[in-house]
Design a protein around this ligand. Sequence first.
Ligand SMILES: NC(=O)c1ccc[n+]([C@@H]2O[C@H](COP(=O)([O-])OP(=O)(O)OC[C@H]3O[C@@H](n4cnc5c(N)ncnc54)[C@H](O)[C@@H]3O)[C@@H](O)[C@H]2O)c1
Length: 283
Amino acid sequence: MAVLEGKVAIITVAGGMRGVGRATALKLAGQGADIALTDVHREPDDLPPAEVRAGWRAIESVSEEVTALGSRCLPVYCDLGYSDQIQDMVSRVMEHYGRIDILVNNARAIVGRDKVPVTELPEEVWDHFLAINTTAVFLCTKMVGREMVRMGKGGRIINIASDAAKRANAMGAAYSASKFAVLGLTQASALDLAPYGINVNAVCPGPINTDRLSYWERARAEDQGVPLEEFRATIVEESGRATPLGRIAEPEDIADMISFLSSDQARFITGQAYNVNGGLLFH
Ligand SMILES: NC(=O)c1ccc[n+]([C@@H]2O[C@H](COP(=O)([O-])OP(=O)(O)OC[C@H]3O[C@@H](n4cnc5c(N)ncnc54)[C@H](O)[C@@H]3O)[C@@H](O)[C@H]2O)c1
């Protein structure tokens, strides 16, 4: 029997063609889990060029891939900035599957507008980062956690933080503060939910080779007169060279850790924050 047979996993913001969410959906589906995927309807201007070229249809496309692996899949559009939309999403998953065993909080605000010194950071950008990167993780934990407690079958909650949750970078006040908060939320939720057999852990990736859209990268590429993908490729190469293991992470490296934390092998692990960074940071 596949290790996650009979389990249902929600993965937030899994629509990116090369994102962590898609890699996780395919990994968990390959292990037998049924999947619910969320994403927000992204503006055409917010799509990575490779997704536009491929005619990528976000969670609809990932959903087809999951189904092809033999698992069921429910794509749900949900703006994680609104608690009523999160509640509707959780209710839809419960109506559809009747259970939730695994929650992967993978969401983040689109990066770039936050990349300024703290003295220049607009309050609305700060608020947006806290809303999507932190408050949405809290709300999903609260609403899904209640269902898990009610079902009485335990569960797994995995919060995708960042190495920026352990060491801040310049021009990263909003991102780092929002991700540091995720680790506090992970520890407190782990203690609150331990009596119900619900394990809560975090994963802290270093740089990942995704096609994520970054407003900052797009603006720098325009300034330098190079295509965005060329600019991004340079960043990926430089990050790889700066990493002890000699390459940047692939989304599958993160999905493997999420799969481990979802499995029975991680049954005695809770409240932890695991680095997946090729040796860039040790604590
Ligand atoms: N990519 C990296 O280098 C990196 C490094 C460390 C940590 N991480 C973390 O890994 C996780 C996944 O990163 P990624 O690079 O695969 O993601 P990404 O940046 O490619 O995707 C972000 C997703 O968030 C969605 N989103 C934006 N606003 C939203 C909203 N209001 N409601 C719902 N969805 C919204 C977007 O549609 C997009 O699909 C994130 O939590 C990120 O912080 C990524």
